[in-house]
Write a protein that binds this ligand. Structure first.
Ligand code: FAD
Length: 774
């Protein structure tokens, strides 16, 4: 019997996508004679579930590109009997059989080996109204087709996405790509749970910049059918949101209900328990993928981590084991990456939330750099947070966020973590470098350098969360950035001594107090901390600087409901006019507040009304520039996001202030010119020209007196009555002949005034009239 089995094993696979299909393919490569049968409940096998949101968003245009293997092709290539639309409804380990249901009929099939890869199903909690057909989940091609149809037919213009995990974020992005309004509700106070709040906050800012309304720390409590008006989503906070469709993406649970009575060991959450060979409590039954419980690489705890990479690798290990090859699955470290519009966030290993919950000793550091050399065009900010062991510096976890090069950094860090490397190793890694790709000190090296200084106590550090949580009398918060940086935003109560003045101004500091030093990202703070320590002060540097601090402030939402600031994120320029005189400022590659400082310098050098076009790659710029313009009385004409490069056009001066023109929306102006006095006419024309230059359409209505302005020096002869001729003689003939309303002094006062105006480069009334006519 054993020999027969060895010759032609009957191997049954449940589930034909990531884990199941990769198992079957590997199994065939290892055993040409095995009889492999794959049962799949759905219509498709081996489809790219990770690509589903991108077909909804039309990035992946061709639906068939998502179907990697058809049952026929799989059958032909791997000689695997594929039975789609066949659901396994029970397993009987005692009889070595499964029960299969197809077309309403059940049958029992025998196996020698059974491999379970049923995946995980979206959670649908019993919220009132949840059965509305417009409340959808996304797991397979059929789900995708349903959602896409709603979007294509424009029946889902307003969508609520419930859940800010991978699928929720990807759906939010893709639905925005299709032009709909999107509100994302997340019960936690942050999106993307695998990251810590201050790292996720960067993504949250980016979502709002891209027009997604966020409701964090809130939860959907009820769905009310409003018939043709859509669905009303009632939130725990009492708010309500109207939507045409709801995407439910609040997580998944192992899809193992069919195993409940099978005697296969399951956890309380329904995950299948397996050993390192992916074997269940039955020696000929294996399980892989989203349905199984795995060991966490750092903590050694049992966890459920539904990711495609582990599913595929586990499928391979199960096949090896059945084929007699020694192969073990050691642990899952949760390396994951997610694209959110122009940004990418990636994680590996332990995060700080879990480190605290599980009481794992750790140190942490933040570093903010750029994906490649700042002087080479197109550098984007890149932030890294790492956790490491306080004993030996072993890397415990990493999080990276930015636009470019996130994948390679996280993969280097994931590899380092998997092989037990320390922060010293990170500092030593020799990584590929040329200006378009990285820096001679790569962000990963930098993370190592900084962590090394922390571990070796060369740089005592403080963290942003400590500042808010423990205000202290005996502590001075010292900002060592420039004055302009300080003025643009600083920690409350901090004093400002720029780093370059610190040595001369040490006398202003008090040795009895502790100094919490900060700069923008941590580097100048480090230098200042070293100076202070060597001068006998107590000092600690704020890790990640003001950048981490300010991000944490925005992360600290309390039931927040953040609407996108459409004013600052218009997808097409509003009121942008071509202006050949425009000053162009390239602030790409610069960290905030660098772009704002460059903008200020440019504005200072411009004349009133002149435009500045500035490009920046730090999204902090897009968040800051509207309020900066407001504060400094300049006009933000437009702000657009061009693939992660924010382009703003700023006009120096206030539209309204310069010419007392009402704001946008009131573009037509009518002015009444009722005087022929030079000063009054000047004022009227300055206002009129100002309004016209700001894009308003201006009509001038002249009264009898005002009309004198338009009189010509040599008009054609016209017959006039005596009284008319008298008026003609008494009244000024055109702009050049007008006089002051007061102190005309027989023309002397007016002549003096014109002289002064000329000296001060004030346009003459004639020029103003000419300009207005132009
Ligand atoms: P699945 O691939 O889900 O396959 C399970 C199959 O089993 C299903 O087709 C199901 O119909 C079938 N089945 C279930 N029960 C039965 C039964 N009783 N009888 C017969 N057939 C059954 N992971 C990443 O790492 N990166 C990503 O970017 C990513 N993006 C994702 C995007 C989306 C929209 C989704 C839904 C998932 C994404 N994932 C991603 C997760 C990843 O797809 C899963 O981790 C992976 O597919 C799990 O593989 P699996 O074989 O365990 O389950």
């Amino acid at each position: 019997m054993v020999e027969i089995m060895t010759e032609r094993k009957r191997i049954t696979v449940v589930g034909g996508v990531a884990g199941g299909a990769s198992f079957a393919a590997r199994m065939r490569r290892l055993d040409e004679r095995a009889r492999i049968t794959l049962y799949e409940r759905g219509e498709h096998i081996s489809f790219a579930n990770c690509g589903l949101p991108y077909h909804i968003g039309d990035t992946i245009k061709n639906r068939d590109d998502l179907i990697i293997q058809t049952p026929e092709k799989f059958r032909r290539r791997y000689a695997v009997e594929v039975q789609t639309r066949n659901e396994v409804v029970a397993v009987h380990p005692a009889r070595n059989t499964i029960e299969v249901e197809s077309n309403g009929e059940k049958r029992e099939e025998p196996y020698d080996y059974l491999v379970l890869s049923p995946g995980s199903a979206p959670i649908r909690p019993p919220i009132p109204g949840i059965d509305d057909p417009r409340i959808l989940t996304l797991r397979n091609i059929a789900d995708m087709d349903r959602i896409r149809a709603l979007v294509d037919e424009r029946r889902a213009q307003r969508t609520v996405v419930v859940g800010g995990g991978f699928i929720g974020l990807e759906m939010a992005e893709n639905l925005r790509h299709r032009g709909g309004e999107v509100t994302l509700i997340e019960m936690a106070k942050q999106v993307f749970a695998p990251a810590d709040p201050e790292m996720a906050a960067v993504i949250q800012q980016h979502l709002t910049l891209n027009g997604v309304t966020l409701a964090l720390g809130d939860a959907a409590q009820k769905f009310v059918d409003k018939k043709c008006d859509g669905i009303e989503v009632a939130l725990q906070s009492g708010k309500t949101i109207e939507a045409d469709a709801v995407i439910l993406a609040i997580g998944v649970r192992p899809d193992t209900h069919f195993l409940t009575d099978s005697d296969i060991a399951l956890t309380r959450r329904g995950a299948i328990e397996v050993d390192a060979h992916m074997r269940t409590n039955h020696k000929n039954i294996f399980a892989v993928g989203d349905a199984v419980e795995v060991v966490d690489f750092i903590s050694g705890r049992k966890v459920h981590v539904p990711l495609a990479g582990p599913a595929n690798r586990q499928g391979r290990i199960a096949a090896d084991t059945i084929a007699g090859i020694e192969s073990t699955y050691k642990a899952t470290q949760g390396t994951a990456i997610c694209k959110v519009f122009d940004l990418t966030v990636a994680v590996t290993g332990l995060n700080e939330k879990n480190a605290k919950t599980w009481d794992i000793p750790h140190l942490k550091s933040y570093t903010h750099g750029a994906d490649h050399a700042g002087y080479y065009p197109g550098a984007f900010p890149l932030s890294i947070k790492i956790l490491f062991s306080p004993d030996d510096g072993r890397l415990l976890g990493a999080q990276v966020v930015g636009k470019n090069g996130i994948d390679k950094r996280i993969d280097v860090l994931a590899t380092a973590l998997r092989h037990g490397l320390t922060i010293y190793d990170l500092a030593e890694l020799e990584l590929a470098y040329a200006p378009p790709y990285g820096s001679a000190k790569d962000p990963v090296n930098m993370a190592g350098f900084v962590a090394q200084n922390i571990l070796e106590k060369r740089m005592p550090v403080a963290f942003a969360e400590e500042i808010a949580s423990s205000p202290r009398e005996d502590r001075v918060i010292l900002d060592v950035r420039t004055r302009t940086e300080h003025e643009n935003g600083a920690i409350e109560g901090s004093i400002n001594i720029p780093i370059d003045e610190l040595r001369e101004r040490l006398g202003e500091l008090d040795k009895a107090k502790e100094h919490l030093v900060y700069c923008q990202v941590g580097l100048r703070g480090y230098l200042a901390t070293r100076t202070l320590l060597q001068e006998g002060f107590r000092a600690a540097n704020l890790s990640g600087g003001y950048k981490t601090y300010s991000t944490l402030q925005t992360a600290d939402y309390d039931s927040s409901y953040v609407s996108p600031t459409h004013e600052s994120t218009c997808s097409s320029p509003t009121g942008e006019e071509s202006n050949e005189d425009r000053t162009i400022v390239d602030a790409t590659g610069r960290q905030c507040p660098g772009p704002i400082m460059q903008l200020k310098k440019a504005v200072d050098q411009c004349r009133e009304g002149q435009e500045i076009e500035i490009r920046a790659t730090d999204q902090g710029f897009a968040l800051d520039v509207p309020s900066w313009c407001n504060r400094t009385q300049n006009t933000l004409m437009s702000l657009v996001n061009e693939g992660g490069v924010f382009k703003a056009i700023i006009r120096k001066g206030r539209r309204g202030d310069a010419c007392t023109v009402p704001q946008d929306g009131d573009r037509n102006k009518t002015m009444v010119i009722f005087s022929n006095d030079l000063d009054r006419l000047m004022a009227a024309f300055i206002i009129a020209n100002g309004a016209a230059s700001m894009g308003s359409s201006v009509s001038l209505f002249f009264t009898f007196w005002g009309l004198n302005l338009l009189r010509k020096d040599n008009p054609p002869r016209v017959d006039k009555a005596l009284i008319e001729r008298m008026f003609s003689m008494m009244m000024p003939r055109g702009a050049g002949k007008t006089g002051l309303s007061k102190m005309h002094m027989g023309g002397a006062g007016t002549a003096m005034m014109k002289q002064v105006m000329k000296a001060k480069n004030v346009l003459s009334l004639e020029s103003l009239v000419h300009q207005a006519q132009e």
